[in-house]
Design a protein around this ligand. Sequence first.
Ligand SMILES: [Zn+2]
Length: 435
Amino acid sequence: MSLTKYLMAAFLTTTMLASPALAQDEAKTVIIHAGTLLANPGEAPLTERSIILNGNRIEAIEAGFVQRDGAEIVDLRNAFVMPGMIDSHVHITSQLAPDARLKTVENSDADWAIQGAKHGKRTLEAGFTTVQDLGARGQDAVFALRDASKKNDLPLPRIRAAGYSLSVSGGHGDGRQGYNDDVAEVLHKDSICNGADDCRRAAREQIRKGADIIKITATGGVLSNTLAGFNQQFTNPEIEAIVDAANSMGRKVTAHAHGLDGINSSLTSGVMSIEHGTYLDDSSIALFKEKGAYLVPTVMAGDYVAKTAKDAAWMTEAQRIKSLEAGPLMLDMLRKAHAGGVKIAFGTDSGVSIHGDNATELVLMVEAGMTPQQALTAATVNAAEHIGMADQVGTLEVGKLADIIAVDGNPLENIERMRNVGFVMKDGIVYKSAL
Ligand SMILES: [Zn+2]
């Protein structure tokens, strides 16, 4: 036998051996029997449905509890089944804590990655199958976690990541405040920019490194160690340059903004969403609607820092003062925006609050006047549209990804139920089964 023929024969044998196993794998069907199914959180729930999965995709949704030869049945007949939730504002690698400022100068990117893996697992097990990371400690860490989640190498939600937030020098996203000059020099990042051209460069740098979205800190913020207020920090030409650079490379820009001037300037400069929105008013509401922009309210972050600041001696003076000033305003901000008809996408700013407690935001949304169904829609349908993944996640429909969660009881009657998600499947893989 010639070498070519030998190799060919060997190849065929290997292929033939591999084929049946592969075929079996492909044919493996999983059927979820759902007692109540909220397939599209914008619509009424259905009862007694079967979700038929092929690998990581939904192949069919049928009435009744159907069986198929050789199919594996997941019994959720006593549960409330819905799409995996989406948190469009997290900081997966970090956690606000007494040692947070020390960790900034102690941790390597590897340390941040390990922290992120720990936080990500908790987030996934809380029913959040997709997250958007808007500003990481450890840029390489968050991109590595993002890539690992794509391959299901680790128990993590799907991750979209901004890398570092863009900020002006001395602005909210400039982490150098309060450190001595030697340390500050080491902490300098290429995401700090001043002037339109420099900011165009900074946006492009983030995209070069792998950013899925560009995050800017358009105004002052709560946890930066500086008493620089909540007003606009980037100029309009800087924001416009960032939006132009990002859009031309297929990325959207989202703006952290508390102050009214920064909220409105961001919206008029082409930013597609506002994170926080604390001091928005009727003029902002009109702009949101005119532009079709989303508000990501992060009420939970405001609530958490306001409570924490009351007795956290470890917070810096600037952090404490700003937490007590802005934190308590956020619930009313959401009430006003929702009543005014602004589109709301779910986001918690977790990493400020504790990773894994994300569902608390749903409870606060209901407190602010949203119905449980509207809150769940914000965390699925709306968030999916907001992060540009509506064709993949956010509802349970034929062809979409098998990101499926379940709870005991009916969260449309009591939103608190969402704090105890008992079943989590992401990408067709079961990560939690405790119902
Ligand atoms: Zn944030």
